[in-house]
Design a protein around this ligand. Structure first.
Ligand SMILES: Nc1ncnc2c1ncn2[C@@H]1O[C@H](COP(=O)(O)OP(=O)(O)OP(=O)(O)O)[C@@H](O)[C@H]1O
Ligand SMILES: [Mg+2]
Length: 267
């Protein structure tokens, strides 16, 4: 674990996330500690329901209301877990941006893609509309989209285009860290690969830190520096991606790798 004062890392320490559902407590994340250093890609893998999204959304303080969270989340030496909502909102977008599970969650249906980006730029960086429009075109181009999508509404884009637009939006304020939750699940295999490659190349080029949530361990192993394997809200295993995928220590990790291989063979 790095120093708390380290400016270039998100350090999650003893994080727990508990939902109250029908009077019962659901312990989605239990006492988890991990790091996302700037300039590195960290894959968070595990089967459905293992707590990946809960852990990711708790970092920028975005779990659903009524959720109990505990632990510390350091970024640039500041514990985000004790910030007020107003203070936290300044961290989101500008330092830590999110590509949520299902790109539709990034957009308001009645705003064009251009409006989405220019509003973020104007609200967070006070960039005027005209400059914002040029910046929006640049961001969309970096995300692999033609500037013609600027005037379109979210429902007028294909699944892959929507994910790319969500990526452009997340990159608008040049954040240090990107948190991407299954950014390509709903896409076909080829588009999935292309969009992931775009995300990885942008992150590498800009020296950002990326937390990439996916259920596909072998895919994550090929793209990430570090892998964290979650099971039932706990970290089963973590380490260098190559070691975790080639020489897994935990039986659950071996099971995950086998399950994905069997799925590939069946395809
Ligand atoms: N809002 C909620 N209220 C109650 N329980 C929830 C809520 N959101 C998630 N859970 C539960 O918390 C646990 C972890 O869910 P989470 O969404 O973090 O899993 P995940 O690893 O992201 O799964 P997936 O791969 O399907 O997206 C699950 O048991 C889930 O049912
Ligand atoms: Mg999820």
């Amino acid at each position: 674990m790095r120093e708390r004062s380290d400016r270039d890392v998100i350090a999650v320490e003893r994080m727990s996330v508990t939902y109250m559902s029908g009077g019962k407590a659901v312990h989605a994340v239990k006492n988890c500690s991990f790091c996302v250093p700037k300039g590195e890609i960290v894959g968070l893998v595990g089967e459905s329901g293992s707590g990946k999204s809960s852990a990711l959304m708790a970092i920028p303080g975005l779990p659903p209301s009524g959720t109990l969270t505990s632990g510390e989340i350091y970024c640039r030496g500041v514990n985000l877990a004790i910030l007020t909502e107003d203070d936290l909102s300044a961290w989101r977008w500008r330092r830590i941006a999110i590509v949520p599970q299902g790109a539709m969650n990034s957009f308001t249906p009645h705003l064009t893609i251009e409006r989405h980006i220019t509003e973020v730029l104007s609200h967070h960086l006070k960039i005027p509309k005209k400059t914002g429009r040029e910046r929006a075109a640049e961001l969309l181009s970096a995300a692999g989209l033609d500037s013609r999508v600027m005037t379109r509404y979210p429902h007028e884009l294909s699944g892959g285009q929507k994910q790319r637009a969500a990526l452009a939006l997340a990159l608008a304020c040049e954040p240090d860290f990107l948190l991407a939750d299954e950014p390509t699940t709903a896409l076909d295999v080829i588009t999935q690969k292309e969009v992931l490659e775009t995300i990885v190349s942008i992150v590498r080029e800009r020296g950002m830190g990326l937390l990439l949530v996916t259920h596909d361990l072998p895919l994550a192993a090929g793209m990430c520096d570090t892998l964290i394997v979650m099971k039932d809200g706990e970290i089963a295993e973590s380490g260098p991606a190559r070691q975790v995928s080639k020489d897994p220590r935990h039986p659950y990790t071996r099971l995950l790798i086998r399950a994905i291989r069997e799925m590939d063979v069946a395809r």
